[in-house]
Write a protein that binds this ligand. Structure first.
Ligand SMILES: C[S@@+](CC[C@H](N)C(=O)[O-])C[C@H]1O[C@@H](n2cnc3c(N)ncnc32)[C@H](O)[C@@H]1O
Length: 298
């Protein structure tokens, strides 16, 4: 059955629309923004540390809302600092939306954007071919390591680009226990990883896996937990277009409702209901994102 299912990531437009809907139904971005204006603000101050210019990379930035939130915090607290900002994002639709957002946002004249439509691995390959030596003050990889084949290699490469005082921010879902009601995202993926089309992806890689990897390399980091939830009520109304679009993002299957067998669809919906919390006629999936701030090696 799995072979007839197509991965959502190969349809740039539907991926972008389903992710946008997921964000509208989820508190994930709000939690990330709260983190940026509280904890990350102090971390950015330690990165700036008297510098008048920063080199920054956003890897898998999507439409850039979170990137602009980081830039606005930087602007607010460090108004004189100029920024070279490289966006590494393979999805052309997302990249176009990011550019449009930049053009509509006032006060970004001190930032020079470079748009790189590539995957993280393609970027690494090109970096090595060109024998680049530039170092970066801040790099982030927010909710994107699910999409790479080898998250450890990607983390190691981008960490190697950090300047002495630089920081790498990773955000990824947590999963402390398969029995917890708070880690629904990873629980879903651990249950369905062999059924859904996930070639060259790492949907089950957790924040805890990343911390174990960093521990094994002796890398120092700080970590934080950001609880969030997503309202998936519409997924349970047969024929509801928005519910189907949201279910595409939850399963990462293109047109899941139309292409999955009735048994798989029923199983997925039952699993989602079982993992979720119901209140006021809403079906909510609870998650925790981990924010890991990685220091340069050595
Ligand atoms: C879940 S979205 C997160 C977007 C954004 N960081 C945010 O938090 O809203 C994941 C992003 O990673 C991008 N992506 C997918 N595969 C990638 C890869 N191999 N390298 C870099 N980015 C990738 C997707 O196109 C998408 O924009």
């Amino acid at each position: 059955m799995a072979s007839s299912l197509k991965s959502l990531i190969h349809d740039e437009g539907r991926y972008q629309r389903s992710y946008q809907l997921y964000l509208e139904r989820s508190t994930e971005h709000q939690c990330a923004k709260d983190f940026i204006h509280s904890t990350l603000s102090g971390i950015l101050a330690s990165v700036v540390d008297g510098k008048s210019h920063l080199n920054v990379i956003g890897v898998g930035s999507g439409s850039g809302e979170i990137d602009l939130e980081i830039l606005s915090e930087l602007r607010l607290k460090h108004p004189g600092v100029t920024v070279d900002y490289e966006v590494v994002e393979p999805n052309n639709k997302q990249l176009q939306n990011f550019k449009a957002l930049v053009s509509q946002t006032p006060g970004l004249d001190h930032i020079k954007f470079t748009w790189t439509q590539m995957t993280a691995s393609e970027f690494e390959e090109q970096w090595k071919v060109k024998k680049m030596t530039k170092k970066f003050d801040f790099i982030h990889m927010i909710q994107m390591l699910y999409y790479v084949k080898d998250p450890r290699a990607v983390i190691s490469f981008f960490q190697s680009l950090l300047d002495n005082n630089g920081k790498l921010l990773i955000m990824q879902a947590c999963c402390k226990s398969m029995d917890s009601q708070d880690d629904a995202w990873i629980k879903f993926w651990k249950t369905y990883e062999n059924t859904l089309p996930l070639t060259d992806m790492s949907m089950t890689v957790t924040c805890e896996d990343i911390k174990s990897f960093l521990d094994s390399k002796g890398v120092s980091y700080q970590s934080y937990e950001l609880p969030n939830q997503v309202d998936i009520t519409e997924c349970f109304t047969e024929g509801n277009e928005r519910g189907e679009l949201l279910l595409d993002f939850v399963t990462h299957v293109l047109e899941f409702s139309k292409t999955a067998s009735p048994e798989l669809k029923a199983g997925v919906l039952e699993h989602l209901r079982h993992c979720s919390v119901e209140s006021n006629s809403k079906v909510m999936l609870k998650n925790k994102s981990g924010a890991i701030v990685v220091h340069p090696f050595g």
